[in-house]
Design a binder for this molecule. Structure first.
Ligand code: ZN
Length: 206
């Protein structure tokens, strides 16, 4: 049994099951759907994902156009001094009233691995990765990526307008870890402080 928290999360987890089982309902351009979203958008969630080309949030959560907002950067960072990041976040939270903000980390994250060797990097890479306000923490790359996800959730909690929406309407902040090699997904369970695998069969989810 897994908790959904809200309709947006139920849809994300159902979409993930579709993705994992090779039964996506996501379509390419569809005139009927395009007409429905021509004048408005009503996304249920915002996903902050790493830059890695192997991690595609719209595919992993099997969403169609208009369902989720996606912001991507190396390390899936919540950087409060990044104007692009903060502007996207504020618009999603305050204007679009998304139900969830998801931080999506992943296996084999080269950006997290590079945190161990910042001094060896060219300045353009070092300048960004050093802004993560985190560091390589953990016995393995997987542990370090997961800890980085938790660091970014903490950064989210510390943003005033995010905290306001958590308190006033139950905005949820969620951490996920995607296994590139086999498609499995883990979700951070804040109540028990553990990562748990997301069910891939419908019977396990409801
Ligand atoms: Zn990455």
């Amino acid at each position: 049994m897994i908790s959904f928290s809200n309709e947006g999360m139920r849809r994300l987890l159902a979409g993930y099951r579709n993705f994992f089982n090779g039964n996506p309902v996501r379509k390419g351009f569809c005139a009927l759907h395009a007409e429905q979203i021509a004048d408005t958008q009503n996304p249920h969630s915002m996903v902050v994902s790493c830059f890695d080309s192997r991690v595609c949030p719209e595919a992993i959560f099997d969403t169609n156009d208009g369902h989720i907002c996606v912001h991507r950067n190396m390390l899936n960072q919540i950087d409060k001094e990044d104007f692009s990041m903060v502007a996207s976040l504020r618009f999603a939270v305050k204007n679009l009233q998304v139900e969830n903000i998801v931080i999506l980390g992943h296996s084999d994250c080269n950006a997290v691995a590079k945190l161990k060797h910042l001094e060896e990097l060219p300045p353009e890479l070092r300048a960004w990765l050093d802004r993560t306000h985190t560091c390589y923490r953990g016995e393995s790359l997987e542990a370090a990526v997961k800890n980085n996800v938790l660091d970014q959730l903490a950064h989210l909690h510390s943003i005033d307008f995010v905290a306001e929406e958590e308190a006033s309407r139950g905005l949820k902040l969620e951490g996920f870890y995607f296994h590139i090699d086999d498609g499995r997904m883990e979700r951070w369970n804040n109540a028990d402080s553990v990562w748990t695998f997301v069910p891939t069969e419908e019977k396990d989810a409801c």
